[in-house]
Design a protein around this ligand. Structure first.
Ligand SMILES: Nc1ncnc2c1ncn2[C@@H]1O[C@H](COP(=O)(O)OP(=O)(O)OP(=O)(O)O)[C@@H](O)[C@H]1O
Ligand SMILES: Nc1ncnc2c1ncn2[C@@H]1O[C@H](COP(=O)(O)OP(=O)(O)OP(=O)(O)O)[C@@H](O)[C@H]1O
Ligand SMILES: [Mg+2]
Ligand SMILES: [Mg+2]
Lengths: 228, 228
């Protein structure tokens, strides 16, 4: 369960401040697949950054499984990010000095898994997203959509219990996008992965069971999927 | 007029080569608005890079207004890129050490326009895309969609005669995307700007008069817009 209570995020100091999040309240139950939609600049990425502990709220509380993040020490936060969280970044955040394979495996390297297991895992997940032929290339040698899928593989290779996805289909053609969305659907239904996905795309949003709408740093409405 | 004849682009050397473009032939007439669609990794960005002189084909010829690019010297190529070309990059290519305003104005700074004129031009174009409030921020301080629109402003501020746009709506919500597409439509209809736009989005493609479909580095079909 992910819960945000009166979360606010203000950037800047002195005379030049900007309120990116303004009184966010939300609860995401374990196993939910929730979408977040809203205009450009409305606070979606900021919200994911704050929920994932990558950034800190200016005020307010965030609870992960009933534990207030503000009360976790750095070791506990690192363990959460390493063992429970997967994050597909809007701008991918691949490391340019690592190959596609090494980027995908980075979370597992941090968890000290055996080398042979690593290569098998990388091969298998890369095949699923049709990027197995580029595993030895570097990020500057692959296309935008190939980078995005590399980022997806890296985010899900640890089988995280919470997956935050920031516009994971933006650079994908419709076939690749559908492949990804079906994979997320399966993770949610089979592995009970909790998924929070930011998207601008109505087709992607149709995979969510519930969609929160954000504007000017505030959630102002939500839609819950019917049974049609 | 942009014309490509038997263009091929091969990456790599020795035993590790990859053919990203394989025998491209196309003609874009002055004033056309042409789309390019195709699967991820099919060669779209590579094609734009080669047509814009940012990269070189391995073989084949490209003509801009009947002049073979291979016969232009570096000064002529620089003049073409500076005076005639606008490019909206897939990953935006903003300079992190420049503000949004300075990024937008970079092409004009290169053309040595007067300072007062510069600020007016930046204000005007930024207002058109609703990023006038962030002109003094740096790229790490703005959202994905705000970066994309900054890149758009920078590409069109010189009123280029040829605009290459690599997935210019990928990070935009539908309202921002429509604003951009309407702007491109106006540039094409009013200023006679020749536009070649890569897109994965059917709505964006509907703005094009003609769409070329690329797969495995080859154009394999095209659709021409009817009058319905
Ligand atoms: N510098 C490079 N070195 C080696 N291979 C490259 C290089 N740049 C691109 N490629 C390969 O060439 C192919 C075409 O790349 P390109 O970026 O043109 O694809 P694209 O159609 O734009 O895809 P997307 O829709 O994902 O952006 C891809 O398979 C890519 O891996
Ligand atoms: N580091 C920062 N410093 C100052 N302002 C920031 C910073 N990061 C984001 N902002 C501002 O906060 C607002 C929300 O940004 P955020 O990236 O969350 O938007 P978003 O909803 O993800 O938009 P998009 O759909 O364009 O990706 C924007 O107006 C942005 O300019
Ligand atoms: Mg964002
Ligand atoms: Mg591309």
């Amino acid at each position: 369960v992910v819960k945000a209570t009166n979360v606010k995020k203000v950037y800047g100091l002195k005379g030049s401040i900007y309120t990116a999040l303004d009184d966010i309240n939300l609860t995401i139950e374990t196993g939910e697949f929730v979408g977040i939609m809203g205009p450009s600049g409305s606070g979606k990425s900021t919200l994911l950054n704050v929920l994932s502990t990558i950034d800190h709220p200016t005020s307010g509380d965030i609870f992960i499984d009933n534990t207030n993040l503000a009360q976790m020490n750095e070791d506990q936060l690192s363990a959460f990010r390493r063992d429970k969280l997967g994050f597909i970044f809007q701008d991918y955040n691949l490391l340019d000095t690592l190959t596609v394979r090494e980027n995908i495996l980075l979370p597992l390297a941090l968890a000290k898994i055996k080398a042979r297991d690593l290569n098998q895992k990388a091969d298998k997940i890369a095949e699923q997203f049709f990027i197995d032929s580029i595993l030895d290339k570097y990020p500057y040698q692959i296309s935008g959509g190939q980078k995005q899928r590399t980022a997806v593989c890296r985010a899900i290779i640890t089988n995280p219990s919470l997956l935050l996805a920031d516009e994971p289909t933006g650079a994908l053609d419709s076939r690749s996008a559908t492949d990804l969305l079906e994979c997320l659907k399966e993770l949610n239904e089979t592995d009970k992965t909790t998924i929070l996905m930011v998207t601008h795309d109505a087709f992607a949003a149709s995979y969510c069971k519930r969609v929160l709408f954000i504007k000017d740093g505030t959630i102002f409405t939500e839609l819950v999927k019917g049974n049609t």
